[in-house]
Design a protein around this ligand. Structure first.
Ligand code: SF4
Ligand code: SF4
Length: 359
């Protein structure tokens, strides 16, 4: 397909992909806490992230823009991050939220201790009822990014995960009008869904006045959802539909908090400990003119591990691991020393790919 990228806004991200030093911060396809998003975008803009991946919600995009603006008011940033919206096409692990049944909860606090984003707290009942504890668990759905960790810590099964509904294609138009210049599609196991909606995607992207053509496109291909054969088919279909210059996000274990690890296996070309790398290896063998970027379990060692394993990737996306490292600092960024420390942590992640070192 012949497509024109929004070159003037995505140039530096494409250069970083070309030079294999691309870094994407994943705020989270389900994270909608606007203060946390603004703070993360503030810190990672100062740290030099190329793209920031967000939930496709108006208030989320505004929060990201506020964070980027705030960073630019500290010091002018030559290339602010490109905003990417993650679009759900079918059931996919990135798009879900925890739900709590207060009637079952006995206030054990296990979920409060384990949730990486502090989505739970115990608060006093405003209307105490007779014979019942005068407190209850309060859950912030905005802070939940859907990792599912809390479920296994709840001893009374008061927690469950609920899938969110796929977004209509028209969401793309809304996102593009808000200044989003990159779109990531998540189709879960339903590879054919892409083919079904593709004409509409092209129509919406080309028909939206604020955009000079197609946005930078990315497709999430997950190891825990697809067989090796399906991974190959998905990669080929994405290329057939969208052409060269797309990003294929090789997704390992989504929202797992940076669990990638060096192992003897990976040195032998067996990447069972780093499933994102395994996806990249399978797609690399197809020799498609696309950019390969790993995600899902990634941390500051993931890019180096790909190189050591001889897998030719163009970049890394880091989400829950980045949030885990930054959470202790995000509410105190007005303090110069805290901000400095937070930006240094973020920069160490960005530079794990060679991020800021333009060649
Ligand atoms: S632990 Fe994960 S799934 Fe549970 S509330 Fe926190 S972010 Fe959501
Ligand atoms: S882990 Fe379960 S029982 Fe314990 S506070 Fe959380 S919801 Fe309640």
């Amino acid at each position: 397909m012949n497509r024109t990228l929004c070159i003037e806004k995505t140039n530096h991200a494409i250069n970083a992909l070309e030079q294999k030093r691309f870094f994407k911060l994943v705020c989270g396809a389900s994270l909608t806490d606007v203060q946390m998003i603004e703070n993360l975008c503030f810190v990672f803009t100062l740290a030099g992230a190329h793209v920031i991946d967000l939930a496709p919600k108006t208030d989320v995009i505004f929060a990201a823009r506020r964070g980027i603006q705030k960073a630019n008011s500290q010091k002018p940033i030559a290339n602010s991050p490109v905003l990417m919206a993650s679009i759900q096409l079918d059931k996919d692990p990135h798009f879900r939220k925890a739900a709590v049944d207060c009637k079952l909860c006995d206030l054990c606090s296990a979920c409060i201790k384990i949730c990486p984003t502090g989505a739970f707290k115990i608060a006093a009942f405003s209307e105490p009822r007779q014979g019942r504890e005068d407190k209850k668990i309060i859950y912030s759905a905005e802070r939940c990014f859907g990792c599912g960790i809390c479920l296994s810590y709840c001893h009374v099964s008061a927690l469950e995960m609920t899938d969110t509904k796929p977004a209509p294609v028209e969401t793309l138009k809304e996102m593009i009008l808000l200044g989003v210049k990159a779109i990531e599609f998540h189709f879960g196991k339903n590879i054919q869904k892409l083919e079904e909606i593709w004409d509409d995607v092209v129509r919406v992207c080309h028909g939206t006045e604020a955009c000079c053509g197609m946005p930078l496109l990315s497709f999430s291909i997950g190891s825990d959802l697809l067989s090796d054969e399906q991974i190959k088919n998905a990669a080929n279909l994405c290329y057939k539909l969208a052409g060269k210059g797309i990003i294929l996000q090789c997704d390992g274990t989504p929202m797992s908090g940076g669990i990638d690890k060096k192992s003897k296996n990976s040195q032998n070309g067996n990447n069972k400990d780093n499933p994102g790398l395994q996806v990249a290896k399978i797609i690399e063998e197809e020799k498609l003119p696309v950019y390969l970027q790993i995600s899902g379990g990634t941390n500051e060692s993931s890019f180096a591990m790909a190189n050591e394993a001889g897998i030719n990737i163009h970049g890394v996306a880091i989400g829950s691991y980045a949030r885990k490292l930054l959470m202790p600092y995000l509410n105190d960024l007005e303090d110069k020393e805290t901000l400095h420390h937070a930006v240094n942590i973020a920069r160490s992640l960005v530079n794990s790919t060679g991020g800021n070192n333009e060649r």
